[in-house]
Design a binder for this molecule. Sequence first.
Ligand SMILES: C[S@@+](CC[C@H](N)C(=O)[O-])C[C@H]1O[C@@H](n2cnc3c(N)ncnc32)[C@H](O)[C@@H]1O
Length: 230
Amino acid sequence: MNSKPGHQLAILLCILFSFIINNSQAEEKNVQPGINDYYYDAEFSQWLSTFESPGREVFDKKDIIIQTLNIKPGIRIADIGAGTGLYTIPFAQKVGKKGLVYAVDISTDFVTNIEKRAKKQDLKNVIGHINSQKEIGLAQDSIELAFISNTYHHFEYPLTTLKSIYQALVPGGKLVIIDFKRDPKISSSWVMGHVRAHKTKVIEEVESAGFKLLNDHNILEQNYFLSFSK
Ligand SMILES: C[S@@+](CC[C@H](N)C(=O)[O-])C[C@H]1O[C@@H](n2cnc3c(N)ncnc32)[C@H](O)[C@@H]1O
């Protein structure tokens, strides 16, 4: 074949661009296969004592965490990985009748029991939402705050899930992540084995999804507490 150097360069560039485009659209690989197996058929009553007992930092320091969030009445919050509703219920009290709290979880039993819990307390502003492992499944611009307590390390597809959180937040909305510090100096062997990423890596992932780090609230010992803005 007798093609000119300009043509060869154009062909090479086409191949290069299609390679870049294909790779950027490649599906994210599961980073934690199997980590949620025990949650899909979770029993609410069994987990209540695990999640809501003294000795767990996000339980013990719930009040100071909520105070730091400075929640205004009327806002819409997604409690992502809501579990037994440790935060869903006080959030619903804070946002009041004009606000909303979505209790988002992959576990049907957790979500239906949070709804029952809210009903017992006459909280009509809690909406249970069963999501998939890849996305939170809330509508675009439907929340002002996305809150994730001890759940980020359970995301099997963190980048894909972050993308769906970004879409659901209104412009200027906030994302808060509280999760275990993964630091060999202070973390238990359970945390070192169970938790995938340390704080710096999490910040890197969240910023790569378009968020900007606003605050690293240094008020917890075993967990980091980060706020980001959209
Ligand atoms: C360790 S619990 C934390 C519960 C609650 N946030 C708390 O701090 O008490 C993790 C929760 O995340 C849920 N989960 C795991 N992956 C999830 C995902 N991709 N989206 C929503 N929830 C998820 C689990 O079913 C479980 O309820």
